[in-house]
Design a protein around this ligand. Structure first.
Ligand SMILES: O=C(O)CCC(=O)C(=O)O
Ligand SMILES: [Fe+2]
Length: 868
């Protein structure tokens, strides 16, 4: 053959995977006319005879609840979306044992049709009994995964006579309709579909539709499936993977986008994949077993943002994406897990469009996962962004593992992880190495050799392996593994190296675990700098201006003041753990000065003005603020109490002093720490548990200042005279005429609450009214033509705005007063409890805050608010 004859078309890995057939369908259904009668009964109602009779259906409906549906996080009722009636599973009983078998048969049949592995145990959990009457329906939706392991919904239609009520299920552009109305009351019918498929129930045209709805749930951790013709496909993928070892300009990795949508919790390895997705993953899994491919399940995230350059546009106009200049178009893979379902800690890895096997346009036609529209800013056009998240399989030939995963510019951080070192080294080499190292010191000891000298022989190896620890990772297991080895080797230098790997970690339990372990072997002095660093880190609150720009970084995390407050709260809570560490654990309790230095560093951060400004940020919830106060007070109380107990050798002056500063700071920031919400909540948290948790520690005058001062503040507040309520908002003017038009206007003016009157009535004589108002000398009764258009010349009449403003202001004052009174009662109750606990204490604290003088009754000004 000559050289220029056409080469046979090359089959790519994508071709092979795309050709994998689904072992099942997305939805299935059947009619069973030899089914056993269920023997259905409903608690508080009784037996239901089937086929369902209209009279019984009517009676049943009366004891049903309207069926809600999920909207975002919430469960809501909206007949436009869903109208049907439900009975909870707990009240439904099917007495016939034959029906149980029937149910089992249906479950395994639909599991097989849906392509669930035969070896997976699938069970059906009754969820609801649903009754639909004429007109009832359920608009298009996806079912939430209501139980662990739930992957599909099964509906069993009970014999009843109805028309309409078709179940329509959709998936990837295909649609299946299940119309069981023809069964006409004598058979059982069954339909099932994967939970992520969109489906709807069309309106029931007549009669009653009665259905049992089940969650189909399967056991995880199951062996891989047996599929026909697999051997050939596996061989094909294997050989393509071998050829993949090609020069650097080839894609570094490939990403295969899965068909189905998965929730993060529901997805645990290949066993939980659905349908064709599982068939594809199972094939890749087998190829990976031979050591030629690395395969992970990941979330593929595509983020796009751009600016409208389409010229002049009105504010409300929707900007088409075609008119945008795209400045960010970034794809990353995140949330790594192995096919066995083991979650892997890995930074987001940036991939290129070419890496996506189904092509860069794989998201075309799909709804984005989220969108943002930043509106117009000055002269600049609107900023648009959207993002897509979907589950995918990430793979690359194992022979390429030594490549750098550059350029890895992501949120300003360099990710140059070598994946082999992450996975093989950390998962495989490391445990072996650790095992080996653990026995070494013992061996040296028995050989009466110098540990230190021998230790130094392995030190470089241990140190080299420490490099593989991800800095700042919250995962402490491996670090702890090293901790043990390092302690046994008795090499403080290695301990310091290990502490270095914490780098910028903020103070949390992981840091405490490692430091106390090392402190046990090497003393607190050695770990002190690392602890202090972590405390400083927790206290470090960069000014707001440093937060990253959303438009630039998209979905990358950016810190909110709230996040920072939470971080500080965790740090403070961790200090509690540290301070209460009892003797007898691996380490002796930390010396007081370490804790105190850390506390001082956090307190300084707090009292600093920068933070004070941030604390009034609106996006911090009162709950966050309460947590923060409660944690801080708890820590300081503990330190104070520690002075009397053995473990902690601190002085009580410092904690008490800090507590005083802290309480002072809280009281001086009423905008950030409002008394009725935040301070009350915090005091309830502090003092209620304190009664049992810290009995004795309440002997802290500084801390009691918080409720005592709040009470005093509120007492002063609630006796302030309220401006008297205006008796009426009516505008009492007398029009010099009693014609119908004037009578109508007078009626409006006399109404206490109404601000506007639109005399739609054609009979009203507008010019006459204007004239009468003018004559009565009330220019503030305004007549406003509705618009320039003359067809609505009547327009509207308005009372002056001040009327309404004053009216609302008074209402607000009243409700504020009520809130204050309620909070005051709560504070007083709380103080009573404290007084019972320790009768001496309260009078002391109260001395600082004498009750406010009894006010002179407010001067009445009854008529000053009469507006005419
Ligand atoms: O009644 C049906 O067939 C379907 C009900 C449904 O989709 C649901 O309860 O989520
Ligand atoms: Fe549904």
């Amino acid at each position: 053959m000559s050289d220029d004859c056409e080469a046979p078309p090359t089959v790519t890995l994508t071709d092979v995977l795309e050709a994998v057939e689904s072992p099942g369908v997305f939805a299935c259904g059947f009619e069973d006319n030899s089914a056993a009668a269920p023997g259905l009964s409903v608690a508080d109602f009784g037996c239901i005879s089937l086929p369902l009779q209209p009279q019984q259906a009517e009676a049943l409906q009366k004891i049903c609840k309207p069926a809600p549906f999920g909207r975002g996080e919430a469960t809501v009722l909206d007949p436009a979306v869903r109208r049907s009636w439900q009975v909870d599973a707990s009240k439904v009983h099917c007495a016939n044992p034959e029906f149980k078998q029937c149910l089992e048969r249906y479950t395994s049949k639909v599991a097989e049709d849906l392509g669930v592995y035969t070896s997976v145990a699938v069970s059906a959990q009754l969820y609801k009994l649903l009754l639909y009457q004429t007109g009832d329906h359920f608009a298009e939706h996806r079912d939430t995964e209501k139980a662990d392991g739930m992957f599909a919904t099964m509906v069993i239609l009970l014999p009843s006579v109805y028309q309409g009520g078709e179940l329509v299920v959709q998936h990837n552009g295909k649609s299946k309709t299940f119309d069981f109305s023809a069964a006409n009351g004598y058979s059982l019918c069954c339909a099932a579909f994967y939970a992520d498929c969109k489906h709807q129930l069309l309106p029931v045209q007549s009669g009653y539709r009665l259905a049992l709805v089940y969650n189909l749930v399967h056991a995880a951790n199951v062996p891989k499936p047996i599929l026909r013709d697999r051997a050939e496909t596996i061989a094909q993928i294997h050989s393509l993977a071998q050829q993949w070892d090609v020069p650097d300009d080839e894609p570094r990795c490939q990403v295969y986008v899965l068909d189905h949508q998965y929730s993060e919790d529901g997805l645990q390895g290949l066993a939980t994949l659905k349908n064709r997705d599982r068939a594809v993953a199972a094939l890749l899994h087998d190829v990976a077993q031979s050591g030629i491919l690395e395969v992970f399940i990941v979330t593929l995230k595509h983020y796009i943002s751009g600016q409208d350059v389409g010229g002049q546009r009105r504010r409300w106009e929707v900007v088409p994406w075609e008119d945008c200049e795209i400045y960010t178009d970034r794809r990353t893979v995140e949330d790594w897990q192995t096919l066995e379902g083991q979650k892997i800690k890995h930074c987001p890895l940036e991939i290129s469009a070419d890496d996506i096997m189904q092509g860069a346009d794989v998201f075309d036609g799909r709804d984005p996962t989220g969108e943002d529209h930043c509106g117009y800013t000055g002269n600049a056009g609107a900023t648009l962004s959207k993002w897509y998240h979907t589950k995918a399989i990430l793979m690359w030939p194992r022979s390429r593992h030594t490549l750098n995963w550059g350029p890895g510019q992501y949120s300003g951080r360099q990710y140059k992880e070598n994946l082999l070192s992450l996975r093989s080294q950390a998962d495989q080499v490391m445990p072996q190495l650790l095992e080996l190292l653990k026995v070494l010191p013992g061996a040296w000891q028995s050989a009466a050799m110098q540990q230190a000298t021998n230790g130094s022989a392995v030190a470089p190896t241990v140190e080299a392996h420490m490099e593989s620890l991800q800095p700042n990772s919250r995962e402490c297991v491996q670090r702890n593994g090293f901790g043990e080895v390092v302690c046994q080797l008795c090499m403080p230098i290695l301990a310091l190296r290990l502490l270095d790997t914490l780098q910028e970690s903020a103070l949390d339990d992981n840091v405490v675990k490692l430091t106390s372990q090392l402190a046990g072997a090497f003393g607190w002095a050695l770990v002190r700098p690392a602890l202090q660093r972590a405390a400083d880190q927790a206290a470090k609150l960069p000014p707001l201006a440093e937060t990253t720009d959303r438009a630039t970084y998209g979905y990358s995390s950016y810190q909110q003041p709230k996040d920072r407050l939470d971080k500080l709260t965790v740090g403070i809570e961790t200090m509690c753990t540290l301070a209460s560490m009892s003797a007898g654990s691996t380490a002796p309790p930390p010396p007081a000065d370490i804790i105190e230095a850390m506390v001082v560093s956090m307190m300084r951060a707090l009292v600093e003005a920068a933070l004070a400004e941030e604390l009034s940020q609106g996006d911090m919830s009162p709950a966050s603020r309460c947590n923060f106060i409660a944690a801080t007070v708890k820590l300081l109380l503990m330190l104070g109490r520690g002075a009397e107990s053995e473990g902690y050798e601190g002085t009580r002056e410092l904690p008490e002093h800090l507590l005083g500063l802290f309480v002072g700071m809280l009281l001086s920031q009423p905008a950030a720490f409002p008394v009725t919400t935040v301070l009350l909540g915090a005091c309830e948290r502090i003092f209620k548990p304190a009664v049992t948790e810290f009995s004795g520690s309440l002997v802290s005058g500084a801390c009691l200042r918080l409720p005592v001062a709040s009470t005093a503040l509120l007492q002063a507040e609630v006796i302030k005279p309220l401006p008297p309520q205006p008796t009426t908002w009516s505008k009492a003017i007398s029009l010099g005429c009693t014609c119908t038009s004037c009578a109508e206007l007078s009626k409006f003016l006399a109404k206490p609450d109404e601000r506007e009157w639109r005399p739609w009535d054609k009979e009203v004589d507008i010019p006459h009214l204007k004239e009468q108002i003018r004559k009565a000398g009330n220019p503030d009764i305004q007549h406003r033509p509705n618009s320039q258009q003359s067809y609505d010349y009547r327009g509207k009449y308005r009372k002056p705005l001040e009327f309404i403003k004053a009216h609302n202001a008074h209402k607000n004052l009243l409700s504020e007063r009520k809130t204050n009174e309620k909070a005051l009662k709560s504070f007083q109750k709380l103080l009573n409890q404290v007084a019972q606990q320790d009768p001496k204490l309260l009078p002391e604290a109260l001395a600082d805050f004498p009750p406010p003088p009894v006010p002179v009754p407010a001067a009445q000004c009854p008529s000053s608010c009469q507006l005419d």
